[in-house]
Write a protein that binds this ligand. Sequence first.
Ligand SMILES: *[C@@H]1O[C@H](CO)[C@@H](O)[C@H](O)[C@H]1NC(C)=O
Ligand SMILES: *[C@@H]1O[C@H](CO)[C@@H](O)[C@H](O)[C@H]1NC(C)=O
Ligand SMILES: *[C@@H]1O[C@H](CO)[C@@H](O)[C@H](O)[C@H]1NC(C)=O
Ligand SMILES: *[C@@H]1O[C@H](CO)[C@@H](O)[C@H](O)[C@H]1NC(C)=O
Ligand SMILES: *[C@@H]1O[C@H](CO)[C@@H](O)[C@H](O)[C@H]1NC(C)=O
Length: 357
Amino acid sequence: MGFKLHQHFGVLLLLVINAFINGESKNLSCDMFQGNWVIDQSYPLYNASVCPFVGKEFDCVKNKRPDHQYLQYRWQPNACSLSRFDGRNLLEKLRGKTIMFVGDSLSKNHWLSLLCMIHSSVPSAHYVVKINGATGMTTYTFMDYEAKVIYHHSLYFVDIVKEKIGRVMKLDSITSGKHWLDVDYLVFNTWHWWSRRGPTQPFDFIQDGDKVYKDMDRVVAFGKAIDTWGRWVDDNIDPLKSKVFFQGISPTHYNGTSWGEPNAQACIGQKAPFNGSTYPGTSPMALAVLKKELKSIKKPVTLLDITNLSLLRKDGHPSRYGLGKLSGRDCSHWCLAGVPDTWNVLLYNLMFSKNQL
Ligand SMILES: *[C@@H]1O[C@H](CO)[C@@H](O)[C@H](O)[C@H]1NC(C)=O
Ligand SMILES: *[C@@H]1O[C@H](CO)[C@@H](O)[C@H](O)[C@H]1NC(C)=O
Ligand SMILES: *[C@@H]1O[C@H](CO)[C@@H](O)[C@H](O)[C@H]1NC(C)=O
Ligand SMILES: *[C@@H]1O[C@H](CO)[C@@H](O)[C@H](O)[C@H]1NC(C)=O
Ligand SMILES: *[C@@H]1O[C@H](CO)[C@@H](O)[C@H](O)[C@H]1NC(C)=O
């Protein structure tokens, strides 16, 4: 016991010295995003069929996905171990506070995963749900803790305004930021809709400063929107009140060439992760743009850098077991239980990293 304590103290001292030398506290933990997927029989973290929150589109088991091995992978960082998720502890920490996921359906995926994880830890927790169609926000309040877990549906963060010429995306304006003020934990994500064209594209023009374009390079447009968002963060976030995370870029698996199986039909029939910790395919272009933009933000923003670890999970998507019945091929969202649970384990470890000191 005494020896253990001594050892602990030594490690802590080393970490503190290290932090001191490097002049920042982020360095206290290892790089949680470098590692590999290992089979763990204690997974999944919940049974989706008893989770009242999981959407039909993510409930692959209910949609008759026959293989279940994909449920049993745990992310193991190379240089440290992650704290196990404890929903009761999370609710305690969130007492009187709010966590909000802002973004597209990948944020919904992430948010529903967290709700299921909380439910699995504290099945009896009373909650009320409030859906606000006008703002696109859905709020679960866990009454005994006065803790709110919110999803704010926002495809691009920046405004889309109806004008005479049509629907104009304004790359330099974020009026929905008013909903994010004073939130304790904010988790942002946008990307998947930026490449969308055709009838489901929800705007007709893109405005950048004074110039209005019919279209422009979407990665460039994304970068400009992230820049606008970064300036919103710098102007509005009080780091003593709010912690800001960016979910990172969630990868898709539509082309088997990227994992060495050129004949694969997208992710259909993939039953195992890519074996190894270095994915052969390239990471999404948006990630480099995002990382560059995040560097220019002065307030602290933590990147939940889930791209590489999710790239390995070609087996994690609904594929034919999502909404589209057997004709569907969703290789973009993730089954629940599944990969977003790991994003939440990582988020949980990051949210309270300072408290663990
Ligand atoms: C802290 O960061 C430095 C430089 O990035 C790295 O060499 C070192 O291994 C890190 N220490 C820990 C404990 O992560
Ligand atoms: C999940 O719950 C359902 C309904 O209670 C049950 O039938 C099923 O066996 C459970 N699955 C697992 C893997 O425990
Ligand atoms: C997959 O990517 C490869 C290499 O970039 C390309 O040659 C091929 O046409 C792509 N396949 C599909 C189905 O898009
Ligand atoms: C990955 O490959 C290693 C060595 O080739 C093998 O021992 C291991 O069983 C593989 N893991 C999985 C999950 O297939
Ligand atoms: C992600 O993978 C790419 C390519 O394999 C590599 O260059 C990059 O360093 C990795 N990033 C992280 C955070 O692991």
